[in-house]
Design a protein around this ligand. Structure first.
Ligand code: FCB
Length: 440
């Protein structure tokens, strides 16, 4: 790595991130069915129709996994609490689910790891999907009740709480592009989900404040967006894409507005009276989580429905996902967030990482591309700090190879390799490199 802990401000947190459905094993401990379980059973939705039934079996092996974080010298762990585990039908409490997160948080504290919780990382209980999921306003209210239940149990011990992970994926990728559960391609469904997931953030934050919780925020994903060429069509596509992907949620929660370039398409399909929710949605929060992976080049496709965008990866080297490696985009988004939206508010890089087709050879995994990737992205964050962004921590995605949603178990993002037959964990070379860089 080109950096050490000393390159970052005192108290800067080095960590790794995971999410419940991607690692725990949702067939264990009384978790209820989620829309991902059923989406995975639909034709062509998920590679090899894989689901999160076993995943990394973190439900039983969490001690070993938290040892890996501690042994790497990490300060913090970003994890999520599954709604379907805590409330299998979305409404009724499963005591075993609460007990699991209770044990998990204690196990983090025993190892000196700061728990960074995310409330919703996509495992919507099927019973709520049956009622329309995020198209239904009630889901946002029910999310508030889930927030209360889990916070009453572990809120006394977590360092920070994010309401929602990547609302763009929850709403647009899942209801307009159809790539994630529930797999819809419907502008009315998407417009409603775009608002109700934002409302869920507002309701969740109110419930947390009512309990006196501090360090509350949200995790948003950003893609560095550029016009593919000098044409007017490319410029228009870039403006629209930026409005939908990058501006919709941050402007809602910091300014109480949605961008006009996105309302152009969504406006007629929004739930009635959405404007009345914007004050609740834009109440002050304590931090912003930024997930950043890549750059996208876009242009206009006249033959496509609004927003008429077609995109492709940039020209640089690609990861196993086909995503361009573009560290400067991380610097740019961090500086932009500070400058245009959150000022001095703490920002965390809550996800950044890459997939590679890693294999174990003689008991080790050699992943030099990942080591360089991590090094360059940490340096980009350091540069953003120098340019004024109050970045206070960085979580690599992901601790473990895991269930990469529609890609099943094929894409390996982990710093620790997982053999999905034996569930054996093997720290990769990048894990050892990060460990040396951040050792005290
Ligand atoms: C993000 C998700 C995370 C993981 C990474 C690769 O969009 O938050 O669960 O899938 O991408």
């Amino acid at each position: 790595m080109k950096f050490t802990r000393a390159d970052f401000p005192d108290g800067f947190l080095f960590g790794a991130a995971t999410a419940a459905y991607q690692i725990e094993g949702h067939s264990f401990g009384g978790a209820g069915p989620t829309h991902w379980d059923t989406f995975a059973k639909g034709p062509g939705n998920v590679v090899r129709a894989e689901d999160g039934a076993i995943a990394c079996d973190h439900y039983h092996r969490y001690g070993e996994d938290l040892d890996l974080l501690r042994d790497a010298g990490m300060d913090a762990y970003r994890f999520s609490t599954s709604w379907a585990r805590v409330m299998p039908d979305g409404r009724t409490v499963n005591p075993a689910g609460l007990d699991f997160y209770d044990r998990l948080v204690d196990a983090m504290l025993e190892r000196g790891l700061k728990p960074f919780q995310t409330l919703y990382h996509w495992e919507l209980p099927s019973a709520l999907a049956d009622k329309g999921g995020w198209m239904n306003r009630d889901t946002a209210e029910y999310f508030g009740d889930f927030t209360d239940v889990i916070t009453d149990r572990i809120g006394d011990r977590v360092t920070s709480i994010a309401t929602i992970n990547e609302p763009w994926c929850v709403a647009y990728l899942s209801h307009f592009l159809g790539h994630h559960a529930p797999g819809l391609r419907d502008i009315r469904a998407a417009a409603r989900a775009m608002h109700h997931i934002t409302l869920a953030h507002g309701i969740g934050l109110s419930r947390l404040r009512a309990k006196g919780m501090e360090n509350c925020g949200i995790v948003l994903n950003f893609a560095h967006t550029e016009p593919a060429d000098d044409s007017a069509g490319a410029a228009r596509a870039a403006t629209r894409q930026d409005a939908i992907n990058n501006r919709w949620f941050i402007e809602a929660i910091t300014k109480g507005t949605y961008p006009a370039e996105a309302l152009e398409g969504f406006g007629p399909h929004m739930p009635a009276g959405w404007q009345d929710d914007m004050a609740l949605i834009s109440q002050p929060m304590d931090f912003l989580g930024v997930n950043y992976y890549t750059r996208e080049m876009v242009t206009t496709d006249q033959g496509a429905p609004w927003p008429q965008i077609t995109g492709s990866a940039g020209p640089g080297d690609k990861t196993q996902m086909g995503w361009e490696i573009y560290p400067d985009g991380l610097r740019e988004v961090l500086v932009r967030m500070a400058r245009d939206y959150v000022g001095d508010l703490p920002i965390y890089v809550t996800e950044n990482g890459m997939a590679w087709d890693d294999t174990v050879e003689n008991g080790a995994v050699y992943d030099p591309v990942r080591t360089a990737f991590v090094s360059d992205h940490f340096m980009a964050a350091k540069q953003a700090i120098a340019e004024g962004a109050n970045v206070q921590g960085f979580f690599y995605w992901s601790l473990l190879d895991n269930y990469e949603w529609a890609f099943g178990y094929e894409k390996r993002f982990g710093m620790v390799h997982v053999d999905f037959d034996t569930l054996k964990r093997t720290p990769k070379a990048s894990y050892h490199a990060l460990k040396s860089a951040i050792s005290r």
